[in-house]
Design a protein around this ligand. Structure first.
Ligand code: ATP
Length: 291
């Protein structure tokens, strides 16, 4: 049996450069793995095909699940006669802006590659992964990365200085397609300083990072769901260095120097019942390839 962890991500910064003629958005983002994960197991079986069992969430266990699609992609490429039984234990909030589905798909690709000794390199897995989702290439490795193009051009960055995170997922589901569909990419009045944030990461300067946190997708999601702004206000009001919506939302994260600040914020959010899930956690390194 083979195990893989699928880690969630947040975006320390998210900018959209333009909408391409083919409808995709060209992005410039700083991605960061956080210590919240789904667990996957993989077992060979003689019966051909993919068996998938999902625990901890009401998700389909068929080709509508990204794990199934990622497994099918690799198995068809290699024309495997054997089958696989996959279990997915879900903890990452769904439709949250934390790339949970992409992380699972990436973990499935790593898992099958190892289980069946397919011999794909990291680069090959990334190229295959992007055909299923723009965040999958990043999720193959994780860590701290600058992500450009539609998400397939990845440059590793130094990890941020040690700090603590409070992460809150409000009781609403946000569709990534809806948010990008309503973004007026040519009318944005503000662009986060992603290059400046990359320089602050290189310098190990936490304030330089938190001062530059920005996400242009907030222009769509915050208008629709004011609870996001409320969460940001609570986090900053109670001592977070800064707070931001992750990805297309609605998850909000706050960066704190002290764990007790993150815990105090989490307690306040729970008391006001502003979130379905609240985590106090930290950043996490990428997955060592092959593990
Ligand atoms: P992103 O940050 O990449 O936009 P997200 O957190 O907004 O991700 P996901 O949780 O990845 O959104 O999933 C979005 C949709 O994909 C859900 O509506 C869900 O039904 C579907 N989906 C398919 N497979 C999975 C999976 N393994 N985990 C979570 N969602 C999945």
């Amino acid at each position: 049996m083979m195990k893989q962890r699928a880690y969630a991500k947040i975006n320390l910064g998210l900018d959209v450069i333009r909408r391409r003629p083919d409808g995709y958005h060209e992005v410039k983002m700083i991605m960061q793995t956080v210590d919240i994960c789904d667990d996957l197991t993989f077992e060979r079986r003689e019966e051909p095909g993919i068996g998938l069992q999902v625990e901890g969430a009401d998700l389909p266990a068929d080709e509508n699940n990204l794990v199934y699609r990622a497994a099918a992609l690799l198995m068809e490429k290699r024309q495997l006669r054997e089958g696989v039984l996959i279990t997915l234990k879900k903890r990452i909030p769904i439709a949250a802006g934390m790339a949970g589905g992409s992380a699972d798909a990436a973990a499935a690709m790593r898992g099958l590659n190892a289980l069946f000794e397919m011999g794909y390199s990291v680069e090959e897995l990334k190229e295959l992964g992007v055909t299923l989702g723009a965040d999958i290439p990043y999720c193959i490795q994780g860590g701290t990365m600058l992500s450009e193009g539609i998400g397939e051009i990845l440059t590793p960055l130094p990890e941020p200085p040690a700090c603590h995170l409070v992460i809150a997922k409000p009781d609403i589901d946000v569709s990534t397609a809806f948010v990008y569909g309503h973004l007026q990419a040519d009318k944005l009045s503000f662009h986060p300083d992603i290059d400046g944030m990359a320089a602050a990461l290189a310098a190990g300067n936490l304030k330089g990072i938190t001062d530059r946190m920005g996400n242009v997708l907030e222009t769509v999601t915050v208008k629709e769901y004011p609870v996001i702004d409320r969460l940001k206000q609570i986090m900053c009001g109670l001592g977070a260095e800064n707070a931001l919506m992750s990805g297309s939302g609605p998850t909000v994260f706050g960066i704190c120097k002290e764990r007790k600040t993150a815990e105090k914020i989490a307690a306040a959010i729970e008391k006001e019942e502003l979130a379905r899930a609240v985590f106090v956690t930290g950043f996490c390194k990428g997955v060592a390839y092959g593990s």
